[in-house]
Design a protein around this ligand. Structure first.
Ligand code: ADP
Ligand code: MG
Ligand code: ZN
Length: 492
């Protein structure tokens, strides 16, 4: 029998605000010593009162707008009650029936085909504290609580059950992640938990209109884990149905090391959250003018930028796609091009060269050192300079690669590296000429071979000249002079 997969994703995005969601504590908990970013509000002490972080609301509206959502005029916060040691107040302030944004769409692309995935809502809530468990410790087992994270602003983006494969789910996450990055609302690091995803998945017989019973998978901390967990879960559900069994609605945890999902809690044990409006906070009325202002300040997103890169710089779609995958890389490219474009006459060719450097050698070096583009010492001005050294004939492509590697380590300007190392390409035909004479004198057998009709011997001699000039001679000049010298030997 043939089944159809149905997936809906709930993504939690930590917002990059200066202070926490409902208090003035700095939100930089990740880099702070445990329990150093706390106050009566985020510790949940009785009598303390929350105050709404305006920036977090703005970021959520911004995200909603970027996802094509409606921003309702009224919104409010609600209490979601459940007891857990990481929840300082015994409830989480969240949003229940009046989220900040509703009914959006996210355009995704899989195998060259576009699809829209519905975004049901975007709402704002607070994060919980962090528990660390020490089961095998002497004096244990015990757990420690770090309250730094408690009360950090967390935005939740809930998709409609519109995805039909793990590939689509992955594309949705990658696209959403890119949007967060472009908007600058989140650090968006999955490893650090800035961007966390719960995946709901069910299967149904092909052609069926009703949804099957779903399970919810948690604990994935990379795009790859989400993809693997979904594949595993779809297979697991298929096997159960094919054996005549039934799917239980439950929460399952992904165990990365074993590549499986395991049951964490079933629907029968599901919490009754007893939501009610947060009495300590006023409801929000979102002014239309404010929304318009935020809308007009939305930055260009990856999809738009990709199209513009093709139009404006004549880049192949493939390059444009890769370059715009990250906002920082896209900006690095544009900066490099704009710094060098004055001295080039073919913008498309120049842009393609810059793109090749970024996607080729620079990316390779970055991967080796595990660096992001922002951390690289080669800045756009360096790259533009490197390309101009090639365009002016000072450097061959091969030499430029060496200079790039050097600059990558030292952060030195390419022009200075060329000077210090005496690297510039030899254009002077008298210097190349004497190298050719030497190569021919040193290799009488190759010369004889050429005269005997073996044309490939010329290639060998070109290589010898390059060696003598330490790779600095201009290759086409060498070729020309070797050929001429050999012909003179043969004919005269
Ligand atoms: P709850 O209130 O239990 O969290 P929601 O209706 O808010 O449920 O849906 C939570 C997530 O589950 C959404 O992303 C939604 O798309 C997804 N979802 C709902 N039903 C299904 C289903 N049958 N199969 C897969 N995903 C589903
Ligand atoms: Mg939910
Ligand atoms: Zn606080």
């Amino acid at each position: 029998m043939s089944y159809e997969t149905v997936i809906g994703l709930e993504v939690h995005v930590q917002l990059q605000t200066r202070s926490k969601m409902f208090c003035g504590c700095p939100a930089d908990y990740q880099y702070a010593p445990p329990n150093s970013r706390v106050c009566p509000v985020c510790l949940g002490l009785p009598g303390s009162l929350p105050v709404i972080n305006r920036k977090a609301v703005e970021y959520t509206i911004m995200t909603g707008l970027a996802l094509g959502c409606r921003i309702p005029e009224y919104s409010k916060f609600d209490r979601k009650n459940y007891p857990y040691p990481d929840l300082m107040k015994g409830y989480q302030i969240s949003q229940y029936d009046l989220p900040l944004a509703e009914d959006g769409l996210l355009e995704i692309e899989v195998d060259g085909e576009s699809r829209s995935v519905g975004v049901m809502r975007v709402h704002l809530e607070e994060d919980a504290a962090k528990l660390m468990h020490f089961p095998g410790e002497p004096g244990g087992p015990y757990s420690l609580v770090d309250v730094n994270r408690a009360g950090s602003p967390l935005m939740e983006v809930v998709s409609a059950p519109d995805m039909r494969s793990p590939e689509e789910a992955r594309a949705y996450l990658v696209t959403l992640h890119s949007i967060m990055q472009y908007l600058g609302v989140s650090a968006g690091n999955m490893q650090d938990g800035n961007f966390r995803c719960d995946a709901n998945v069910s299967i149904r017989l092909e052609g069926s209109q009703e949804f099957g019973t779903r399970t919810e998978i948690k604990n994935m901390n990379s795009f790859r884990s989400v993809y693997l967990a979904l594949n595993h879960e779809v297979d697991r559900q298929k096997r159960i149905l094919e054996d005549g069994g039934r799917i239980t609605q439950e929460t399952r945890g992904w165990i990365e090391e074993r590549g499986v999902t395991v049951s964490q809690r079933s629907k029968e044990h599901a919490h009754d959250y007893r939501y009610f409006p947060e009495p300590d906070l006023p409801p929000l009325r979102i002014e239309k003018d404010w929304v318009d202002e935020i809308r007009s300040s939305l930055p260009e997103l990856a999809g738009q930028r990709r199209g513009r890169f093709v139009e404006q710089y004549g880049l192949p779609l493939y390059d444009a796609d890769l370059l715009t995958g990250s906002r920082a890389v896209a900006e690095y490219f544009e900066d490099s091009v704009s710094l060098g474009r004055a001295s080039c006459d073919d913008l498309a060719a120049y842009s393609k060269n810059i793109s090749n450097w970024i996607l080729g050698d620079l990316s390779r070096l970055m991967n080796l050192e595990n660096l992001s583009i922002g951390e690289v010492k080669v800045r756009p001005a360096h790259l533009a300079e490197l390309q101009s050294l090639i365009d002016s004939g000072t450097l061959s492509n091969t030499m430029a690669k060496t200079v790039l590697e050097e600059a990558f380590v030292s952060g030195e300007q390419p022009g200075k590296i060329v000077k210090d190392k005496g690297l510039s390409q030899i254009n002077d035909s008298s210097i190349v000429d004497s190298a050719v004479t030497q190569a021919l004198a040193d290799n009488p057998k190759a010369v004889a071979d050429f005269i005997g009709g073996k044309e490939t011997a010329a290639k060998f001699l070109v290589g010898q000249v390059m060696k003598i000039t330490r790779g600095q001679a201009k290759p086409d000049l060498v070729q020309e002079l070797v050929q001429a010298a050999l012909e003179t030997e043969r004919d005269g």
